[in-house]
Write a protein that binds this ligand. Sequence first.
Ligand code: CA2
Length: 149
Amino acid sequence: MTKPIYVLSGPNLNLLGVREPEIYGRETLDDVHARCAARAATLGASVVCRQTNHEGVLIDWVQEARTEASALVLNPAAFGHTSVALLDALKMLSIPIVECHLSNPAARESFRRTTYVSLAATGVISGFGARSYELAVEAAYGLASKSKP
Ligand code: CA2
């Protein structure tokens, strides 16, 4: 696999480890990205990890992933519950998409039960804290290897 796995995170996740540790854990996003890089390295793969608070920037990166990535791991954060534009961008990808959440949105407020991103995702990993990202990288790698032997 020559192309990297893109690991993209949405709004407010830059504050990970700073607030609400009871929900999101104590690790920072840099720690999470380091976990992803380490997991990818054990698989002989690589990751490109980015975070943005801006919907248009996230959509630009999803479009970039269409040609530059072997698979996409996406924690859309709140945009997952609101953004049809993000869903439309994801639908243009033919690479595997693994939706990833630190918490389990289905066990939280009712407005978190609608996730537009899930309509385009190959699979979803939620509720394992920072480990959700590692598991998502592993799943993305497996799917990408299967689709492009
Ligand atoms: O569990 C997840 O990963 C979420 O995607 C996180 C989003 C939330 O809107 C989704 O329903 C589930 C919120 C991200 C906010 O990030 C924070 C980080 C540190 C402190 C407070 C919020």
